[in-house]
Every structure is written in structure tokens, then in C-alpha cells.
Design a protein around this ligand. Structure first.
Ligand SMILES: [Zn+2]
Length: 326
């Protein structure tokens, strides 16, 4: 599946006469890099492409869709949020050295590339340096700055386009015609502008989770629940999502404190709380919390071993301390 904001980049990519032996698809999370890469992999393997798209019917397409194409290797963490292991990369290197079984190309899809540690990335370099003629490696990354420079420089880098807010809103409205336009705009704001994350928020229990988090934050500030009680009760929530909400709230606090702007429309559920906190805290403390959030978010993204309850408790204690100052 391709998204409307990817049409142009897809045209350029799919109509190339020759392909690089390694690509790095980069761009922020939640803009459809994976879907674009999957379409590209399909095209590279398809035996009879139709108008620069995989036909979805030939033997290669059917095998790919069944997950049994012998010349396609997917390399991902064995568990979500865990590193890609060096053994996985070694298997990839062996795969690249083999002959294609269907006589066409071989393709490797590796994501997310930043999940490789230094040893794994160094093992991959061998395949990037001595490419086998008929193999294309496709790497995906939300955080290309965290890749080894030698890995980056050996790939043809493809910046995946980010939709404009208008494109995102129009697309979300098409996906969820029944949803309230204001709720769509809020969901997009809550996830930092990513349309795919906004869609999953609108589709899964995301809206309910948001209500859970907002209610708990209010209870915490009123002293009805302790930080550790709240942290325990959030064991099913998506950590990054929670971090992104708190980050957006620190942004809203700073806008109120420094520029006198209140996000009544975009944060209706937190508007009063944010107004109260903006009065009671000073910007230096809010900035400190924001810095902390950014650092911890990197750790969450970096798949470090985390104690989620302790991390959430630390977050909530800092948040409560903002109200305790005044
Ligand atoms: Zn095909």
C-alpha cells in the first residue's frame, strides 16, 4: 500500500533503470516507510511488473506474500524493541553470497537499521562493501544519525516524505469518515503529527488510553493516587506514546509561560491542568523535565533494558513536583 504523499518519491524510485545495491529509507516514524519499502521489495522481486508495480500474481509475488520467497530475507529484531543480533546479520551475509533460487534478484529488508549494535553493523559492512551483483539491501531507519557513518555512506539514502498537516488530516478523514474532525486533529497533535500513529490511536484503544492517562495525571495532582500506584496501573500502555504526550504537555506549558498561548483546542482534556501547572511552575523546571523526557525517550527508543514501572514513577514524580513548587 502506498500513501498519497509518497506518489512522487515512488515514481522516482520505481522508474529507475538501475538499482543501487543498498538503500537506506529514512524519515521520522509513522509516515509509512515500511509500506513504501514493502512495495519496493515487491517490485524488485516481481517477475512481470505492471506499470512499475508488483503484479501480485506471479510466482515471485505469491511466494513473497506467503512469506516463503527463497530470495527474500527479512532481518528484524526477534522481539519488538530488542536489538538485531550479530548472528542474524551473519545469516544475512551468507544469504547475500548465495545464488538466487528463482534466478532473479535477491532482496534483504532490514529494519530498523538502528537496532543493530556496533558488532552487528560491522558484520553488515562486509555485504555493503562487496555487493553481490543481483542483491539489493533495503535498510529502514527512523534515526539514521544513530547508524555507523560507514553504513550510511555505503547506502543510497532515500528521504521518505513527511505529509503536510493538511495531507494528514485529509487522509485520516478518508480512513475514518465517521470520526469527529476535531478528534482527528487532536489525535494528530497527540502523536506529534504522524498520520499512521494518529490512525492507530483512533483505531485501537488509543483514545481510551489517552483518557486513562489524563485521568490518572489529574488524580496524581489532586493527591488521590501516588506516583507508584499510577505507574503500576499503566503497565499496558505504550511507553513512547505516553512519553510523547508528556513531551507535548511540556511544550504547551512553555508556550503558556513564555508566550502566553494556551492550546485550548488541541489539548481540551488537559487544558485546565496545564493552565494550573503553568501558574505554579517556572519555565526552568519545565525545561528540566522536558530534557529528562528527551533523554529517557532516547533510552526507550534505544531498546535499553528498562524498568518501566520505575521509569514511569520517576516521570510522574517530576510531573507532580511541578505543581508542588508554587
Ligand atoms: Zn509479480
Amino acid at each position: 500500500m502506498m500513501y498519497p504523499w509518497q506518489q512522487q518519491v515512488w515514481q522516482q524510485l520505481s522508474q529507475r533503470q538501475q538499482h543501487a545495491h543498498a538503500y537506506l529509507f529514512k524519515g521520522q516514524g509513522g509516515i509509512g516507510k515500511r509500506e513504501l519499502a514493502e512495495a519496493f521489495v515487491g517490485l524488485l522481486l516481481c517477475q512481470s511488473p505492471q506499470q512499475y508495480q508488483a503484479c501480485e500474481q506471479c510466482k515471485a509475488c505469491l511466494l513473497r506474500k506467503a512469506g516463503t520467497h527463497p530470495d527474500l530475507q527479512r532481518v528484524m529484531p526477534e522481539e519488538p524493541d530488542k536489538p538485531i543480533k550479530i548472528d542474524q546479520v551473519r545469516a544475512l551475509v551468507d544469504f547475500v553470497a548465495q545464488t538466487a533460487q528463482l534466478g532473479g534478484r535477491k532482496v534483504v529488508l532490514l529494519a530498523p537499521a538502528e537496532a543493530m549494535n556496533t558488532n552487528a553493523a560491522n558484520a553488515l559492512l562486509k555485504s555493503l562493501e562487496e555487493p553481490s551483483g543481483n542483491t539489493v539491501l533495503v535498510l529502514l531507519s527512523d534515526a539514521p544519525s544513530r547508524l555507523l557513518p560507514t553504513v550510511r555512506s555505503r547506502c543510497q539514502q532515500l528521504q521518505c516524505p513527511c505529509p503536510s498537516p493538511e495531507q494528514s488530516l485529509a487522509w485520516l478523514k478518508e480512513q475514518r469518515p465517521e470520526a469527529d474532525t476535531m478528534l482527528i486533529a487532536q489525535a494528530l497533535h497527540w502523536v506529534g503529527g504522524s498520520p499512521l500513529q494518529a490512525l492507530s490511536l483512533l483505531s485501537d484503544e488509543g483514545v481510551a488510553q489517552r483518557a486513562t492517562v489524563v485521568d490518572a495525571v489529574k488524580a496524581l495532582l489532586k493527591g488521590q493516587q501516588t506516583a507508584s500506584q499510577v505507574a503500576e496501573s499503566w503497565n499496558k500502555l505504550d511507553l513512547l506514546r505516553v512519553f510523547d504526550w508528556f513531551f507535548a504537555w511540556t511544550q504547551a506549558l512553555l508556550r503558556q509561560q513564555l508566550a502566553g498561548q494556551a492550546d485550548e483546542q488541541l489539548e481540551p482534556d488537559m487544558h485546565k491542568v496545564l493552565g494550573y501547572l503553568a501558574q505554579r511552575s517556572d519555565s526552568a523546571d519545565v525545561l528540566a523535565v522536558q530534557q529528562w523526557l528527551l533523554q529517557q525517550r532516547q533510552k526507550v527508543l534505544g531498546k535499553a533494558n528498562l524498568n518501566r514501572v520505575l521509569l514511569l514513577e520517576a516521570l510522574l514524580l517530576q510531573w507532580a513536583s511541578l505543581a508542588a513548587k508554587g
